[in-house]
Design a protein around this ligand. Structure first.
Ligand code: ANZ
Ligand code: ZN
Length: 846
């Protein structure tokens, strides 16, 4: 039934049709079942307003994986939702006078529509919006349970405060002393805050990283390791003469250098400082106070930066060395932080770079106590600290010992004398979660003057966010000014009490949403344990590297808390992690602030969703940055057009062709060739998709089309030119049909709409989404081999099995290095090489 024309490829018509077909047939709805489960998740979007190319790329990558796994027979869970609380909604409210709720939910509606236009295989029935009370009520319950277990506690503390965002930030949210969101400088404040005891899990979070090795990018594992920052060492006490305390405790990782201590450095915030200034002379006190003031105004992140100018002031006070009984002066130093170790450091200038710089600046003694194994070092000529290992010297009875061994012995001695102990410290701090903002989950606690701080009774959950609150971006905690919200009866004594004024860090919501997806409508708890047992953990998680520490660490922590509460039975939430590259344009990250944003909607209008998806997957490997280019998009569009014509020409010429099998195609050389090319292409795409090499998978389909068209140039007209169609043998028709069906089938994960349409046009009754992944026969999928005869001066010296159609260069290389050929070439010069492709190489010697 050779038709006279091939219909045009019109994505604008095809795409909405298939989207609604998938919806009607519930193609992407997943249920717990017996089959192999596969939980694929991309980090959910923040409803900022519109989908951008970064989202498109992220979800296109995830969608290929989901589609591929589904077609391979896995029971795939691929949900989507919105990380709906957060500051931008509140800022938009202040700026545009729209309520944060309206702003957020309008954005969600819009973005959901945009995402649906891209045809992602999402089970939208499982949509989770974290600002829904049905969602955050479980978070409030979790908080209460954590409070009861001592995992949530209140503490007055120095916090990092962003004056622009008008709120407290977690340590993780401060980079180089700047707010992660607005990049303004943060300041310190003293506030009562709620903290989650993540430090209790520090060791386990560190250990767990081993389990993730291989599944997570090494870079992310390293960042988490550094963030947790476990250090082994010792606490050592130095005696003090007076000042209401008897000793000052330091933390060191190098107890082996104890004999090299020439002074002590303490933090400006150290409690001893106040005691010193209380008894110091006027002049000394002024000096110390001025210095302390200056340090406190310096950003903590700056203080530990390597190139930061080390400064200090002598307190005039001495302590006593625990082993030598020497008098040791005490300095206040700007690079010592109060919240690490003990806030006091034993300074060993010979072996620590910072102490060395400090000693040079203030002319303090430098004492070498570890001798490098390979060279002589003279203390007076030391130009930098020696931080390596070596033999202990000038260390009393420890002299001559290897420094590791000596350090261990020193700790033992100190422990016996009760002057110190072995110790482990962490950089990781407890997670401060109080935010003085409106658009978040209210902290479900009640403050009663008489009874103290009590949790809201669980039957009263959720504590709903009031609709009306004063939002002018000034002053803390808008909720505190909503009288109707604040007033509550004390659950203990029944007297008037007050609610907590703060909301939770929005990273709380994203720390468990992946479990909520397992049973998003469950109303007896955070999630149905049975559903979670079936689906969790996430088999493959996909998102940006910017979440390497915060979100991924918090999720690992909360998952363990849920486990310990008996709610979940996993420890690691994400078995594998892929961090995709950014989308860049003209060498810069595509972002609103750079003004170089390309709107996916416009692209979909112009080219169709399949083209946008194809481009974002083809243009670069998933973990690299993707350079946006209009030509690239056009190229993707052209390929789809080509695939369309390829398939429909073949279909028109071979509507009733027999199934291609070995015996059918073996009747014909061209048919066999196409059959081989097809199996090879299926093998390549299968392998590359399994490895997430989507760009390579796509290019093997592109090459495949070219190769088939190269072998049979008339393929572009067999649908419209009856003469050309007639010239085909039955075997060729079978092979061509198999070729077209296979190309369509393997392209489905990338471009689902066009392939569903073609699949249908090629007379398939079932939808492609439900068809199994095509198989390849290894026998035909191999590279085609040829036997190459190697002659030296016309005499046959070897026969080589080689891939067909290799470049001459590779052929000559193989010929000249072949066993039996090498010896004939020895000592001779190769004058000339003659290559007859796929048949013969003649090496002519001089
Ligand atoms: C003596 C010493 C000798 C040190 C030596 C190092 C080398 P990590 O490895 O990062 O844990 N330190 C301890 N508390 C500090 C604080 N609050 N602020 C700034 N520095 C502090 O670093 C531990 C080392 O950092 C400790 O070991 C201490 O200096 C310093 F050759 O003690 B060390
Ligand atoms: Zn009370």
């Amino acid at each position: 039934m050779a038709t006279a024309t091939i219909p045009r490829y019109e994505p604008g018509k095809i795409e909405p049709k298939w989207q609604s077909n998938w919806e009607k047939t519930k193609a992407f709805q997943s249920k717990e079942g017996k089959k192999n489960k596969y939980y694929l998740l991309e980090m959910f979007p923040y409803p900022s307003g519109r989908i951008h190319m970064g989202h498109v790329r992220n979800y296109a990558i995830g969608d290929v994986v989901a589609n591929f796994k589904k077609r391979q027979g896995f029971n795939v869970l691929h949900p989507m939702g919105f990380d709906a609380f957060g500051l931008p909604a509140e800022n938009a409210a202040i700026k545009n006078k729209v309520h944060p709720k309206k702003w957020t939910y309008d954005n969600i509606k819009f973005m959901e529509k945009q995402l649906k236009r891209l045809g992602f295989s999402v089970d939208w029935n499982r949509k989770v919006v974290t600002a829904d009370p049905e969602y955050y009520r479980w978070e409030q319950l979790l908080f209460i349970e954590m409070f009861k277990k001592g995992l949530a506690y209140r503490k007055r503390s120095h916090v990092q405060w962003c004056p622009t965002c008008d709120t407290v930030l977690a340590n993780e949210q401060v980079n180089d002393g700047k707010c992660w969101r607005c990049e303004d400088k943060v300041v310190e404040k003293n506030l009562d805050q709620w903290f989650l005891r993540i430090t209790q899990y520090a060791d386990e979070l560190l250990e767990g990283l081993f389990e993730l090795e291989g599944g997570w990018p090494e870079r992310v594992l390293t960042m988490q390791r550094n963030w947790i920052g476990r250090s082994e060492g010792a606490f050592i006490d130095f005696e003090l003469e007076k000042f209401g305390q008897e000793k000052i405790k330091v933390f060191t990782t190098r107890p082996d250098t104890l004999f090299g201590v020439t002074f002590l450095s303490i933090a400006a915030e150290h409690p001893l400082v106040k005691k010193i200034t209380a008894v110091a002379s006027d002049e000394n006190r002024k000096k110390v106070e001025a210095f302390v003031e200056k340090v406190k105004n310096t950003n903590p992140q700056d203080r530990i930066a390597e190139n930061f100018e080390k400064e200090g002031v002598n307190t005039g006070i001495f302590c006593t060395h625990p082993l030598t009984r020497e008098k040791i002066p005490i300095f206040i130093a700007n690079f010592v932080l109060m919240d690490y170790g003990t806030g006091a450091v034993m300074a060993v200038p010979a072996h620590d770079e910072r102490d060395f710089a400090f000693a040079k600046k203030y002319h303090l003694p430098i004492r070498l106590v570890i001798a490098p194994p390979d060279r002589e070092v003279n203390e007076e000529e030391l130009e930098e600290a020696y931080t390596g290992s070596g033999t202990m010297v000038r260390s009393g009875r420890y002299d001559g010992l290897d420094n590791d061994e000596g350090g261990a012995r020193i700790v033992r001695t100190l422990t016996q004398k009760k002057l110190g102990s072995a110790a482990v410290t962490y950089r990781l701090k407890d997670w401060g979660i109080s935010r003085q903002r409106y658009w978040g989950t209210p902290i479900p606690m009640i403050h009663c003057q008489k009874c103290g701080i009590l949790p809201v009774p669980t039957e009263d959950l959720p504590v709903k966010l009031p609709t009306k609150a004063p939002l002018e971006g000034k002053g803390a905690s808008p909720l505190g000014r909503v009288a109707s919200f604040m007033k509550v009866k004390c659950p203990e004594c029944g007297k008037p009490a007050q609610r907590d004024t703060d909301t939770m860090d929005t990273f709380m919501e994203s720390s468990w949403y992946f479990l909520r997806y397992c049973s998003p409508h469950y109303d007896k708890g955070m999630f149905d344990p049975k559903a979670a047992k079936y689906w969790a953990p996430v088999d493959q998680y996909i998102g940006g590297i910017e979440h390497a520490v915060m979100h991924l660490l918090y999720s690992r922590f909360i998952t363990r808390v849920l486990r310990d509460l008996g709610w979940a039975d996993i420890s690691e939430p994400f078995a594998r992690l892929l961090t995709q590259g950014m989308v860049i344009k003209d060498g810069e990250k595509m972002s609103k602030s750079k003004g170089n944003v390309v709107d996916p909607d416009g692209l979909i209008d112009k080219y169709g969703a399949d083209t946008v998806r194809l481009f974002s997957l083809f243009a670069s490997p998933v973990d690299r940055d993707l350079d946006w280019s209009e030509q690239g998009v056009e190229g993707a569009s052209r390929f789809l057009d080509r695939l369309w014509r390829f398939a429909l020409n073949i279909h028109a010429a071979s509507p009733k062709a027999r199934k291609a099998t070995e015996s059918v195609v073996s009747q014909d050389e061209l048919a066999t060739k196409i059959f081989r090319l097809t199996h090879k292409m299926i093998r390549q795409t299968t392998e590359n998709m399994s490895r997430f090499h989507f760009n390579t998978a796509i290019s093997s389909v592109m090459e495949f089309v070219n190769h088939v068209a190269g072998a049979l140039p008339s393929v572009w007209e067999i649908g419209t030119n009856p003469e050309a169609a007639k010239a085909l043998t039955a075997a060729q028709k079978s092979a061509l049909r198999h070729a077209a069906l296979s190309a369509i089938s393997v392209m489905y994960p990338v471009t689902p709409h066009i392939t569903e349409e073609l699949w249908k046009l090629l007379d398939n009754s079932k939808m492609l989404v439900d068809a199994p992944w095509p198989e390849f026969d290894p026998k035909f999928a191999q590279e085609e081999k040829v036997t190459l005869v190697v002659q030296v001066n016309g005499k046959v010296r070897a026969k080589l099995e080689m891939e067909r159609s290799l470049d001459n260069e590779k052929v000559i290389e193989a010929a000249t290095t072949a066993e039996n050929v090498k010896k004939h070439l020895e000592g001779k010069t190769l004058r000339k090489t003659i290559v007859v492709p796929n048949k013969l190489v003649n090496l002519v010697l001089g």
